[in-house]
Design a protein around this ligand. Structure first.
Ligand SMILES: Cc1ncc(COP(=O)(O)O)c(C=O)c1O
Length: 440
């Protein structure tokens, strides 16, 4: 009887979907079909443009109508598609990139992980990153040790990485910032030599590669973010990726209360604890960081678009860089390491110390010309007020991080920015420089 009602309800949903589908699809397609025409000086060069459309909306609507809205088959399908895309063994979706970092670090420090990181040991990570690369390190009782960045890719400097490692270091946590790729050869070399684990923060680097291998599959565990402004989006969302089955099993438990429901060995655990109802059995510690099925619905369509989006971002960057090279006296320009494939989260620039203009004056000018800008994430995290709450260490003077805090910025580079928009931005910056030089 129950099954009949369920089937009937599914038939109704299917009928609704087939009858509303063409109407809604048409309306939604109409809304999304036209990209606004770019008018120089009038249109805003935005930092982000949401990348979802009819496919994601209809898929979400289907989840709402079936009332299957909590983590289920669509999340699972997206996890499979994402790990296939990266060529990684396992992926578990969570509700944000920050949660992915928390879950990954919690797994690495979990008592059930055979290579569990020692309490209060050091995690080497760049001083320029996002706040929630840093906070979860303290949350799991580890200590960030900040190293400097390279201003040509905003990733952690690796030339003196050996020296940054102490006898109390347990983890290297490179961040592939702004879609650029860290020197994973050097990071692997140091990790092997000093017996350290590697966690990659790939929250800004979906699809980026080092020597043909996708980032997120090179270290022991990795995190991704699908926030609205990232290469692909699930509105909010994140993913923990690993080739290590033990870390995968722990990630699934930590993501959902520490319960056994999603675990491979749940039957064995059920037998081991016969007095506990397996439906509510908790064998580890955990949180509730699960995504919803709507996020899965977005993901399964977004992943198909990722390579197309990356291609647009790469083309934009190549064009801008070619033109900005004539202004190398004034700017440090990002350079792509030939061993890597960058995926261009945005277009960053650093004003050189000797330039005849300040970041403030340039950004004011850009704002007047309707070009949106932002600083490079947290800048030098040691200059953020929140650092007072973070037990930490640092290696070296962090001069580049300090300069990034003061003189770097980025403007938008995304799937809806093209040649005309890039031309406009470079022209405006060129115009600004000419004026400054002329006034001198
Ligand atoms: C490098 C990095 N790590 C972590 C995060 C956190 O991701 P989320 O915003 O999805 O929590 C971000 C967010 O942009 C990020 O850029």
């Amino acid at each position: 009887m129950g099954k009949d009602i369920q089937n009937e309800s599914l038939i109704i949903v299917s009928e609704i979907m087939t009858s509303v589908d063409p109407i809604i699809k048409k309306l939604i397609e109409k809304k999304f079909e036209k990209q606004e025409e770019f008018i120089p000086g009038k249109s805003v060069i935005s930092l982000i443009k949401p990348s979802f459309g009819p496919d994601e909306i209809l898929e979400s609507l289907d989840s709402l109508l079936t009332t299957n809205v909590t983590m289920g088959i669509k999340v699972k399908k997206f996890e499979k598609l994402f790990s296939k895309y990266l060529k990684s063994n396992f992926a578990s979706m969570v509700n944000s990139g920050s949660s992915a970092n928390l879950v990954a670090l919690s797994a690495l420090t979990n008592p059930e992980f055979s290579q569990k990181l020692k309490k209060q040991s050091e995690v080497i990570t760049p001083a320029v990153t996002w706040a929630t690369t840093v906070f979860p390190i303290n949350n799991v009782n580890l200590k960030p040790k900040f190293v400097d960045i390279d201003l040509e890719n905003f990733c952690m400097k690796t030339d003196d990485l050996d020296d940054a490692v102490s006898s109390n270091t347990s983890l290297l946590l490179p961040v592939h910032l702004l879609g650029n790729v860290c020197d994973m050869s050097k990071i692997k070399e140091v990790s092997t030599k000093k017996d350290l684990l590697i966690m990659e923060d790939c929250c800004e680097a979906h699809g980026a590669e080092f020597k043909g291998q996708k980032v997120g599959t090179i270290g022991d565990i990795a995190s991704f973010s699908f926030f609205l402004s990232h290469h692909i989006t699930t509105i909010e969302g994140g993913m923990v990726v690993t080739n290590n089955e033990s870390l995968y099993e722990l990630s699934k438990a930590i993501r959902a209360f520490g319960w056994i429901r999603d675990l491979k060995h749940k039957d064995e655990l059920t037998k081991k604890y016969p007095k506990v109802d397996p439906r509510f059995m908790f064998t580890n510690t955990g949180y509730n960081l699960r995504p919803t099925e709507i996020q899965g619905a977005f993901g399964i369509h977004q992943i198909k678009k990722l390579d197309k989006f990356i291609k647009i971002r790469n083309e934009n960057r190549r064009y801008c860089t070619k033109r900005f090279l004539q202004y190398e006296d004034y700017f440090i320009i990002t350079k792509e390491d030939p061993r890597t494939k960058s995926v261009d989260f945005c277009y960053p620039l650093t004003i050189k110390k000797k330039s005849p203009f300040s970041r403030e004056s340039l950004l004011k000018y850009l704002q007047k010309k309707k070009i949106e800008t932002r600083p490079i994430m947290s800048g030098n995290f040691l200059e953020q007020p929140a650092i007072k709450y973070i037990s930490h260490a640092k290696h070296g003077k962090l001069d580049n991080s300090k300069l990034a805090m003061k003189n770097s910025f980025f403007f938008g580079n995304h799937h809806e920015i093209g040649r005309k928009e890039c031309e406009y931005v470079v022209d405006v910056i060129a115009q600004f420089i000419e004026r400054k030089l002329w006034k001198k």
